[in-house]
Structures are given as C-alpha cells and as structure tokens.
Design a protein around this ligand. Structure first.
Ligand SMILES: Nc1ncnc2c1ncn2[C@@H]1O[C@H](COP(=O)(O)OP(=O)(O)OP(=O)(O)O)[C@@H](O)[C@H]1O
Length: 246
C-alpha cells in the first residue's frame, strides 16, 4: 500500500531565513522515517512543502513520479496526506461528517459496494479502530485534545492514504496518551504505509522509526537507525538543548 518518497535539493526561503537548505531524503515504500531537530530547524516546513502548502525549489517524487508541480488536493488524491501539530477539524460538523468529508475530498475508493450505508459502515469501523465509535455523532468541541488527535489519525487512515506525514502527533499528550498513541500508530496507521514522523519525543522515534533524520537550519546533520543516531551525545544535545542520557 505504501509508495516511495524521494526529495532532491529541496530549498525554501522566507526572506532572509532559509528554512530548508538543499535537502535530499528518500523514504522507502512502507517504511517509517523519523524527523527530529531543534525548534526552527525546518521540520514543519518540510511537511508543508511535501503537501504543496509551501512552494520550494527542488524535486519531490512519489513512487518515482514528480509531484512538485501538483496542488495540495491533487497530491492528496494520489494518496499523500498529513496531520497537523494542532489538529484541524471542521468544528461545526460531527465526527463522522469529518470522516466523510476527508474521504470525499481525497476521492478515496472503497472496495466492494460503495453506497452511502456501506461507506458509513466502513467509516464507523475506522472510528472504532481509533477508539472513537462512541463519539461518531458528537461535535469536535466535545472531544478531548487527545480524541481530536485520534480523529485526525482516523481520518488519514480512512482515506486509504499511501503516504502519511505526521506533524508531532504527541504534541500536548501526556506520557500515558503518548504511549497509547504509539500503540495505535504501530498497530493501525503505520502497517504497509510510508510515514514521515516529525516528533520531539525520543522514545517514540526509537520505537516507531526504521530510520531517523536530524535537521538543523534546514540541513541534514545525521541520518541512520534511531539507536545509531541517538547514540551520539552531540545529536542528543542538539535535540534537547542540553546534555541528556535518553
Ligand atoms: N510562514 C513562515 N513565514 C516566515 N518564516 C517561516 C514561516 N514558516 C517557517 N518559517 C521559518 O522557517 C524556519 C523553519 O521553521 P519550521 O516551522 O519549519 O521549523 P520546525 O523545525 O518545524 O520548528 P518547531 O519544532 O518549532 O515546530 C524558522 O526559522 C521559521 O521561523
């Protein structure tokens, strides 16, 4: 179900600030790449460029096909979707309607019968997987911040996306919630998918990623298995701002 993602020479500038500086990255189909870096190192910019929210110089290929010229909606229809650091949902629509809109917007195709009742059954099944069945008809304002996060993930899952870009899914989560979130990602969202995981929690990066890239000032300063990369005291210091024993 995954698709490979290849980035070459990605450069993004805001006036005098260089957010991404000639970045090259490859994510193999069906693997999880962690992205870490201090504040302002370009992690969110990278996601925004991949989705087409920001226009940058350089090349982006999805399964070998160039997509840098495509609009955000076209990239989503090709199976590239994202979640946000602060969940973005339609506040006046119920949880199940938020799911319907996402699936409609990406024109996700359901196997077998595609009438509304069947489709809604699938969406309710997806909500159940993410522990939200009891919230299906609620408005987002009734949800806890953690449940809003789960709704974003359920929505991405329901679209059948092949590539999912996760921008700090554990932001604002407690230890226990981050742990539960990790389990859900491992068991339901990540299998078979290509995932870019921007995260500050080193334990999550260690547990969830095949590879880890560390950015500083829009440049790649380390790449490899999370244990190898995080073995470096210099890298841990760069990530945490001070020497740590994580
Ligand atoms: N829309 C924007 N306009 C101007 N400058 C921006 C914009 N977005 C990002 N930047 C700048 O680009 C650089 C990279 O920012 P970015 O948000 O990508 O970093 P980040 O690694 O995601 O940071 P954080 O961990 O704090 O979310 C920063 O210097 C930031 O101030």
């Amino acid at each position: 179900m995954g698709a490979s993602l290849d980035i070459t020479g990605l450069t993004l500038r805001f006036g005098g600030v260089t957010a991404l500086d000639g970045l090259d990255l490859s994510v193999a189909s069906g693997t999880v790449l962690g992205v870490a870096g201090p504040n302002g190192s370009g992690k969110s910019s990278l996601i925004n460029v991949l989705t087409g929210h920001y226009q940058a110089n350089g090349k982006i290929a999805l399964d070998g096909q160039p997509i840098e010229h495509l609009a955000t909606s076209e990239r989503a229809r090709l199976g590239l979707v994202r979640t946000f650091q602060t969940p973005r949902v339609y506040r006046r629509m119920s949880v199940i309607d938020n799911m319907r809109v996402a699936v409609h917007a990406t024109q996700a195709i359901f196997r077998g019968r595609s009438d509304r009742r069947h489709r809604d059954g699938r969406l309710r099944d997806d909500l159940a997987i993410f522990g939200l069945s009891h919230r299906a008809d609620a408005l987002p304002d009734a949800l806890t911040p953690y449940e809003l996060r789960l709704l974003e993930l359920a929505r991405a899952h329901a679209t059948g996306a092949t590539v999912v870009l996760l921008d700090e899914p554990s932001a604002g989560a407690s230890e226990d919630e981050a742990h539960r979130l990790s389990r859900i990602l491992i068991e339901h969202l990540m299998p078979g998918r290509t995932v870019l995981l921007v995260e500050h929690r080193l334990d999550m990066l260690r547990a969830l990623c095949a590879d880890l890239v560390v950015l500083r000032a829009g440049r790649k300063i380390a790449f490899g298995s999370p244990s190898a990369v995080l073995d470096s005291r210099e890298i841990r210091t760069c990530l945490m701002g001070e020497p740590v024993d994580a």
